[in-house]
Design a protein around this ligand. Structure first.
Ligand SMILES: [Zn+2]
Length: 88
């Protein structure tokens, strides 16, 4: 089963232990194969490439809300966004 995480700032998901239903590999997202997309990050089993975890990327209001709630990672991302040159 593929787990979809819609709240990027939910604590602990990187270290959550998953079991691959296809080959019974066990491990956290740190050991999985990462494939980055614009809208989401996909983590697959390092042994058989079964997709185990999909993390939806936060949009700006979510980053702002998390930063306002004291999330250090969100605050850092907000700073990067604020310093990035705007397009158009
Ligand atoms: Zn597997």
């Amino acid at each position: 089963m593929t787990t979809t995480l819609s709240d990027y700032y939910q604590p602990g998901w990187r270290d959550h232990r998953h079991t691959c239903p296809a080959c019974e590999w066990q491990g956290s997202s740190r050991q999985m194969e990462l494939e980055l997309h614009d809208e989401q990050s996909e983590y697959a089993c390092p042994q058989c490439e079964f997709p185990l975890l999909v993390v939806l990327h936060p949009d700006l209001p979510q980053v702002q809300a998390a930063a306002a709630a004291g999330n250090a990672e969100a605050a850092g991302q907000l700073a990067i966004l604020a310093s990035a040159p705007r397009r158009g």
